[in-house]
Design a protein around this ligand. Structure first.
Ligand code: FMN
Length: 222
């Protein structure tokens, strides 16, 4: 598979089939992904891979907490609280497109919350990954982590697998500290669902938009 094809066929899959993922495929992906660049070669990433019983224990724990209306202080703001344009609109548009696709009307807050809660089941994926970073790290190292995560998402495509990166897990820092046995100096920055796409799921037909070249690129000296 060419890099271009991997990039263009990657999408956030939000309903997975229950087809298991081979441990060897996962190991291959992670082994290759570690060749991501990082400032000063810090390699500021750690990964915890969950499947089977540990994954189910986490999913059950969060489900129980949601049913009891338990919430935690989020690890961080996923978005700036006062998000300005054009970002605000971009965020709204993709959300509207998603809910429209799955038939959840704008005013159906419980329906939206039910969809949000599917994050905490890894959208049915048999594998969940957590990207753990040392709390001392600065913005640059979060960028490094992003490159490492993108490597995983693209390598997954090469194996016919799909992914969904999940910052939604930032809502459950205490639960993750417990399940991942994290020391005080480490945080679970982001989750990721990984598995085979449920090709019959309408939610996976969501085609998110991108801005045109000229709106975000300035070419100088050409
Ligand atoms: C770091 C990061 C975190 C994300 N967190 C979530 C999430 O928690 N839940 C979710 O459904 N999608 C999440 N997404 C997926 C984005 O919504 C998605 O990438 C964006 O809408 C573009 O769509 P595409 O990935 O299908 O191209 C996340 C994406 C990134 C890069």
């Amino acid at each position: 598979m060419k890099v271009t094809e991997a990039i263009k066929s990657r999408k956030s899959v939000r309903q997975f089939s229950d087809r298991p993922v081979s441990e060897q495929d996962l190991r291959d992906i992670l082994e290759t992904a570690k060749w991501a660049p990082s400032g000063g070669n810090l390699q500021p990433w750690k990964v915890q891979v969950l499947a089977g019983a540990p994954l189910q224990a986490l999913v059950d724990d969060v489900r129980q907490k949601l049913m009891s209306n338990v919430q935690e202080e989020p690890e961080y703001h996923v978005y700036p609280p006062e998000l300005t344009e054009p970002y605000r609109t971009r965020r709204r548009v993709v959300g509207q497109q998603l809910y429209e696709l799955i038939g959840v009307p704008r005013e159906d807050t419980p329906g939206k919350l039910r969809q949000l809660a599917k994050n905490f089941e890894f959208f049915g994926a048999p594998v969940g990954l957590f990207f753990v970073i040392d709390r001392q790290m600065e913005i640059g190292q979060f960028a490094d982590m992003g490159m490492f995560m993108q490597n995983i998402m693209l390598l997954a495509r090469e194996k016919g697998l799909h992914t969904c990166p999940q910052e939604a897990w930032a809502r459950w820092p205490q639960t993750l500290i417990k399940h991942l046995d994290l020391p005080d100096n480490e945080m679970a920055f982001c989750g990721m669902a990984l598995g085979y796409e449920d090709e019959s799921a309408i939610i996976n037909t969501l085609q998110s938009e991108r801005e045109d070249f000229g709106t975000f690129i300035t070419m100088n000296g050409f």
